[in-house]
Design a protein around this ligand. Structure first.
Ligand code: HEM
Length: 455
């Protein structure tokens, strides 16, 4: 027992009742966000779950969100186990998401610039034209567009060009396929490993590796001639490899190169699909968004200064979609040591869900929390600024490194889509169905109808 545990009277940690063998798997499959809120309301910030015989601790609420950023939180939680599968599949020793402490900082420092908003400075109009290209290809007049899939293709186009310098159009399908298998089987582990034997995945993985090797070759060739200030994410990773191979060995290049897709593809695709649903579902919000985006593009070229400030309604709709449809309902960690949280003993090696999104669904912090209210984020209300209540990008040392980039990417993509495309839901009273795998969000069969082009 830890030193703290000897001096503090420990509480008995409640076990959430479940079915024999299955445990709480059905509750989780139905909706992890609702289930975690139920657990918090019923049992408090700490309880124990069982999923198909595997035991987990669930810590949640503002207590857990705030804990992640504290020194005790950083020392008590580690990420390694949840990313080992992906590292193993691609022959890597370590990757950004799976490291902690000094090792994590090393990798984060290498990638900070490449993932930052700076990486798209001066390129907003390029992002707009990539978006236009995918609208022309996948959002044609008269068509019913599966929204998550449509957004997945758009995001691969965007991230490929902006972050990695390659516009891997011929690889888009394979990248999307490989990433979905990786997320389902290796990261969230909601599907069995045997699926990785499927020819569809093997072919896609082969193509992604081929692209990876091409990128490595090109980046090596560019190394000598690219000024440090002109480097993109791939150039920074390559420079680290060439200058400090002990930190970025050859074996770790492929997982680092595919990182933007693992981290950015499904997160942005699901969030923006939720934005599209929410805006179309609320005509008064739609009218406000259309007014803003028409003004933004009226001048032709986009002026980069203060983009989000020029789109307060759209930005409110994005933030509200991230509150109600968080793609990271919980963060997964392992207890790095014995520690006491909120009076409960947690043991080294226990697997932990950290339900940071629980406060998103609490009236105490977001009054009338079920209402889609895009003005919650405006001062003086600024409901999201209460400590620990709003965590769409996670908490603590692994907080989304692409946050500022994602904000611009989502705002521009949504602005352009609403500016260009006149869309409608299948029926005005359509209610969104959601899925939980691989990323929580709108179901894959959520479709909109393209009535016409507005511009
Ligand atoms: C809707 C958009 C996005 C959301 C909601 C989101 C959310 C998150 C969350 C919750 C984490 C933390 C995971 C954890 O602690 O286990 C994370 C990490 C990360 N995200 Fe995002 N993300 C988004 C978009 C992006 C984009 C577009 C990129 C860049 C292409 C990106 C890059 C990263 C990276 C590199 C990490 C790992 C950071 C680390 O481990 O230190 N994200 N993201």
């Amino acid at each position: 027992m830890s030193a703290t545990a000897e001096t503090v009277a420990l509480k008995k940690t409640p076990k959430v009742p479940g079915l024999p063998l299955l445990g709480n798997v059905l509750d989780m499959a139905k909706g992890p966000a609702e289930f975690f809120v139920h657990c918090y309301r019923t049992y408090g910030p700490v309880c124990r779950l069982s999923i198909l015989g595997v035991k987990y601790v669930l810590i949640s609420g503002v207590e857990a969100a705030n804990f992640m950023g504290t020194r005790a939180g950083k020392e008590s939680l580690r990420s390694k186990e949840f990313w080992q599968g992906l590292c193993g599949e691609y022959g890597a020793n370590r990757m950004l998401t799976g490291e902690d402490g000094e090792s994590h900082k090393q990798l984060r420092d290498i990638m900070r610039n490449g993932y930052s908003k700076e990486s798209i400075k001066g390129r907003y109009n390029e992002l707009v034209s990539i978006t236009d290209g995918s609208i022309k290809r996948d959002w044609q007049v008269g068509k019913e567009v599966p929204v998550v899939e449509g957004m997945q293709y758009m995001v691969v186009d965007q991230l490929g060009t902006i972050l990695t310098g390659a516009a891997p159009l011929e690889y888009v399908k394979d990248i999307r396929t490989a990433i979905i298998y990786i997320l389902n089987v290796l990261v969230t582990r909601q599907r069995p490993k045997i699926l990785l034997q499927r020819p569809e995945y093997k072919k896609a993985k082969g193509k992604v590796m081929e692209l990876g090797y091409k990128m490595i070759k090109d980046a090596k060739a560019r190394y000598a001639t690219t000024k440090p200030e002109d480097r993109n994410l791939i150039d920074d990773i390559m420079a680290a490899h060439i200058e400090t191979p002990e930190i970025m060995p050859e074996s770790d290049l492929i997982v680092s190169l595919t990182g933007p897709y693992v981290a950015g593809l499904d997160t942005v695709a699901n969030t923006t699909a939720a934005v599209i649903y929410s805006v179309l579902k609320h005509p008064e919000v739609k009218a406000r968004v259309l007014k803003e985006v028409d003004e933004l593009f009226a001048a032709g070229e986009v002026d980069e200064d203060g983009l989000l400030k020029k789109l307060p309604s759209l930005n409110g709709a994005i933030m509200e979609s991230m509150r109600l449809y968080p793609i990271a309902v919980a963060q997964m960690r392992t207890a790095n040591k014995d520690f006491v949280f909120e009076g409960h003993q947690i043991h080294e090696g226990e697997m932990i869900f950290i339900g940071t999104s629980v406060p998103h669904f609490m009236d105490e912090y977001f009054p009338d929390h079920k209402t889609f209210d895009i003005d919650r984020y405006q001062k003086p209300r600024a409901e999201h600024l209460q400590p620990g209540v709003y965590s769409p990008y996670g908490r603590g040392p692994h907080t989304c490194l692409g946050k500022s980039l994602a904000e611009v990417q989502m705002a521009l993509s949504m602005a352009r889509l609403f500016y260009k495309v006149d869309m409608e839901l299948e029926t005005p009273n359509y209610v969104l169905k959601t899925k939980t795998a691989p990323t929580p969000g709108p179901a894959m069969d959520f479709k909109i109808r393209v009535k016409g082009y507005r511009h």
